[in-house]
Ligand binder design. Sequence first.
Ligand code: RIB
Ligand code: CA
Length: 330
Amino acid sequence: MPTSHPSKTPIILDCDTGVDDTMAIIFACLAPEIELVGIGTIWGNVDLDLATQNSLNILAMCGKPDVPVARGAETPLNGSHVDYAYFVHGDDGQGNRGMKGKYGKQISMTAAEFIVDACRKRPGEIELVPVGPLTNIALALQLEPNLPKLVRGVTIMGGTALAPGNVTPVAEANVWHDPEAADLVFKAQWPITMVGLDVTMKTLLTPDHFDRMRKGGGISKYMAQIAEFYTAFNENASFGRPLATMHDAVAVGLAANLVRATISPLVHAEVDTTDGPGRGQTICDLRGKYLNYPPQEGAHCRVPLELEDGFPDYFTNLLVAAGDPAVDIS
Ligand code: RIB
Ligand code: CA
């Protein structure tokens, strides 16, 4: 993992702030290599109000109350029914152990307006890092069709190329929640990194990591505390062991080059928007595998399949070294 950081990577996170989104926000606040330009909020793990308040609270806890938070969409693009994931993240989206207070206030712009505004002010600099359903990013594209030329790139936590889905046999939650939005985002001509379940299901916090966090300062202890519910879900649903998937923090780490992919082909990728069993699947053309992934003309989606080791340790070290919350989190 890098030890020097001559320039910071400016990112805009777009979150449905549950437990692993919280990991990503804390990580973006603590990593000296990252400039957190702002946060858009989105329905998904929890409803939009909760995603927004949780994002504001976490920024306040990390001593970053000036980072703008913009509310985004409450439903998918087509206005269809919304399913939340309180059973994964707890009723408060913080493992039922979140802070009681409410800190901060969202800005008046919507998330889509904020994304467009920020990227127009800093053309070519900002990496968008959506780690929830892609509705806000699709709305930003509709507002500013030139957006692909105004960003550095888009690093998405979502989709899966070869690993099984986590909502249906083939679909990952963030894409499955709004396949029509994801389709617009994947079709836009910008550099995409699709940080899917292929890598995030293998990037795990273990009981040892959480023991270390509990011995750290208040921010670190908070992370360990809210992760208990999420870890229990992961144990029952996926691993048979108390492990926590770091989905959204992995996307932040890759966006800022704080973890490197060792296998990451640049391929064509598209989203299934049909109403059949494939709905929400990200279909990635990995047929070049046996030829070491020769170039595909016009491809603009990078799909990490393997990461170097050490990201969970790096994340834990950063957290344990962090101090106490800047606000009362009891
Ligand atoms: O499938 C995992 C993703 O869905 C993560 O971003 C998690 O926070 C949920 O949004
Ligand atoms: Ca998320």
